[in-house]
Design a protein around this ligand. Structure first.
Ligand code: SME
Length: 150
């Protein structure tokens, strides 16, 4: 774990203070998290735009596919179950969607609003195998709650 999550959380809190627009919030988080660690090769949001459908939101990194149904991929699993998906080896995850062939591991977190509804998922992909741990998942969940569930 190489991210100083306390500093990151404070930076994001300061940058997003008073802002309620979800795209502005997502863009800011994607940027700040992406540049916080070399492990992060693709960092961004997929938004729930209609029941059972995720559509690309603000991101950093290479091209991301535009639409992901809840039935598919790591992002779909996070949206469907409402649970964090920590995937050390994407090749071992049934139905993983390879937007970039270089991706080896992935962390996807559900994003909830103040009422607890899943409004999006936050997806971080790494070109390194087994790049993420529970600490990343817990700390990033805290950052997302601080911004979207307030
Ligand atoms: N790998 C993800 C798809 C999104 S991208 O990698 C940007 C998945 O399986 O849900």
């Amino acid at each position: 774990m190489t991210v100083d999550y306390d500093t990151l959380a404070k930076t994001i809190a300061a940058l997003t203070e008073g802002e309620t627009d979800q795209v502005a919030l997502m863009a800011t988080i994607a940027c700040e998290v992406h540049h916080a660690d070399d492990r992060f090769d693709w960092t961004g949001f997929y938004r729930v735009t209609e029941p059972g459908v995720l559509k690309i939101g603000p991101y950093q990194g290479g091209h991301g596919c535009l639409v992901i149904p809840f039935e598919r991929g790591v992002c779909g699993a996070a949206a469907r179950t409402g649970e964090v998906q920590l995937v050390p080896d994407v090749d071992a995850f049934p139905g993983h969607i390879a937007c970039a062939s270089s991706t080896r591991s992935e962390l996807v977190l559900p994003v909830r609003d103040a009422s607890g509804e899943v409004i999006a998922v936050f997806d971080i992909d790494s070109d390194q195998p087994n790049a993420f741990d529970e600490e990343d998942a817990d700390q990033l969940t805290r950052v997302l709650a601080q911004v979207f569930a307030r």
